[in-house]
Write a protein of this length. Structure first.
Length: 73
């Protein structure tokens, strides 16, 4: 399952991310393996997605979120 597939309010743990395709800033802000993420808000058509990763709040595009693999807690 990917981060893009989570619904508003769902929490998950990042189990894998495609670090080669992810901007370094996203990884530095908390989107790394083992991090807890929560979907705060999804806009119409789920793009972009507002998330909380550890203690950071981020807004990422759906195509980027689809490269971050998660497991629901």
């Amino acid at each position: 399952m990917t981060l893009a597939e989570l619904k508003k309010g769902e929490k998950a743990i990042i189990i894998k991310n495609d670090e080669i395709d992810l901007p370094l800033k996203i990884v530095e802000m908390g989107c790394m393996e083992g991090a807890m993420v929560e979907v705060i808000q999804k806009n119409f058509l789920s793009d972009p997605i507002y998330i909380k990763a550890n203690d950071s709040f981020l807004i990422i595009r759906k195509d980027l979120a689809s490269r971050i693999y998660v497991e629901k807690e």
